[in-house]
Write a protein that binds this ligand. Structure first.
Ligand code: UDX
Length: 427
């Protein structure tokens, strides 16, 4: 089938490359001409494991990019909206980019005679596809739904594993208002070994939010239990490893520590809270999920102050800047509030991340960045481990260059041992 993908961010580019791999012809659309040039040259505009291989394989053949909506809509049967849905200043979803993309798609659909299906893949709160996207497309195209199809098809892609997740899904959800447009979208995934859940658009939208909110809830629950365990001198990892054996609970996403970051969990939980409030429901549990998550970073600093007293002028090594391992993404990284608080306490910071130094340097210009853990640890009076990078598990002799070997571990990377003073965040 012929597909156009609107937006070449992480979801759009990964989806486009994977649809091409599944044998479809794909046209990417973006207003940013530098991204268009990169994709046409087979170079990924973002880092994602396996993406450059797929772009190299398909660019110029089954995959191309343009900024021309008319061209993309005329030469495709299905358009996926994959643009960003950031939070506004209150944490509610900002649909500005989705609205703009819908209007451009509507304009392009005006002159198209053949049936075309518009699919929302961006994460949008329930009712958005039917009450926001659909009316804009109708207004701009001068057509009524039925003349064109509309569907909602959320993504469940982890950063760093997005290509794998797309190709090996545990669920594919397609919400549509009519049987035929949903069938067309479902057929795009026929090369994958996974059943398609067919539903209506608002249920599809809700499934995405519930999925992420539930995972975020598991993490905040684990952090709350971890905070209680810490006060009782109990290792929460031992507790959760036993609890996770219950098949109704499962072993995943029970890792206590510095909390969740990234482009999805914080934003999506806040957006669901905003939607619930808009319809007159106060979501107390979801609000607590955010509250617990926001508390974890300052608990790292509190442990540090407890050990060192005033942080003024003291050199603190921050190991890990990305929001999780295997990515250079620092969005909502827990190291951001930690660094802010350390700077508010007039500490000197020496930081290291295997991939994210450059991105963090755009936010914090006046801290030291190093290209190795040993470099950051040199002369430090304490070290905070903020990201679950594998290489931190094997740190050993690197600690010998510290002025004072105090290690506060926010990700359960190390075990307590004799050559360092080891403090776990929740264990
Ligand atoms: C997440 C979802 O997993 C994915 O399905 C969705 O589509 C997008 O959001 P991602 O943001 O890439 O993916 O990261 P994920 O691997 O889920 O981790 C999110 C955050 O939670 C990270 O900051 C990680 O450090 C933290 N985390 C994860 C914990 O603190 N404890 C855990 O047990 C698991």
């Amino acid at each position: 089938m012929r597909i156009s993908v609107i937006g070449t961010g992480y979801v759009g580019t990964v989806s486009a490359a994977c649809f091409a791999e599944l044998g479809h012809s794909v046209i990417c659309v973006d207003i940013d001409s530098s991204k268009i040039d990169q994709i046409n040259a087979g170079i990924p505009p973002i880092y994602e494991d396996g993406l450059s291989e797929l772009l190299e394989k398909h660019a110029g053949k089954r995959l191309s990019a343009t900024s021309d909506y008319d061209f993309a809509v005329t030469n495709s049967d299905v358009s996926f909206i994959c643009v960003g849905t950031p939070s506004d200043s209150d944490g509610n979803i900002d649909l500005g980019i989705v609205k703009a993309a819908s209007a451009s798609l509507g304009d392009a659909l005006k002159n198209k005679k053949d049936y075309h299906v518009v699919v929302v893949k961006s994460t949008v709160v329930p009712e958005t596809t039917e009450k926001v996207v659909l009316p804009i497309i109708e207004e701009h195209s001068g057509k009524k739904v039925g003349d064109f199809g509309i569907a909602m098809n959320p993504e469940f892609l982890r950063e760093g594993k997005a290509i794998y997740d797309f190709m090996n899904p545990d669920k594919i959800v397609v919400g549509s208002l009519d049987e035929s447009s949903g069938g067309i979208v479902a057929s795009l995934y026929s090369g994958l070994d996974c059943a398609v859940t067919r539903t209506n658009p608002r249920t599809a939208e809700m499934i995405k939010y519930v999925n992420n909110s539930f995972l975020a809830t598991k993490i905040s629950f684990s952090n709350e239990i971890g905070n209680i365990c810490k006060k009782l001198g109990i290792d929460t990892y031992e507790v959760m490893s036993a609890v996770g054996n219950d098949f109704r609970i499962g072993p995943h996403f029970l890792n206590a520590g510095a909390g969740f970051g990234g482009s999805c969990f914080p934003k999506d939980v806040k957006a669901l809270i905003g939607k619930a409030r808009e319809i007159g429901y106060e979501p107390e549990l979801l609000s607590s999920v955010i509250a617990v998550n926001e508390k974890q970073p300052s608990m790292m600093v509190a442990l540090l102050k407890n050990k060192l007293g005033s942080l003024k002028g003291k050199k603190i090594a921050v190991l890990g800047l990305a929001f999780k391992n295997d990515t250079d993404d620092i969005r909502e990284s827990r190291s951001v509030p930690v660094i802010k608080e350390l700077l508010d306490n007039n500490a000197e910071i020496s930081a290291y991340d295997p991939m994210a130094n450059e991105n963090m340097a755009r936010i914090f210009k006046n801290i030291e960045y190093h290209d190795s853990a040993a470099g950051a640890l040199h002369g430090a009076e304490a070290c905070l481990i903020m990201t679950e990078w594998d290489e931190f598990k094997t740190l050993g002799k690197e600690f010998t260059v510290m002025k004072n070997r105090l290690v506060i571990d926010g990700r359960h990377m190390l075990a307590s041992r004799d050559d360092i003073e080891y403090v776990g965040l929740c264990w």
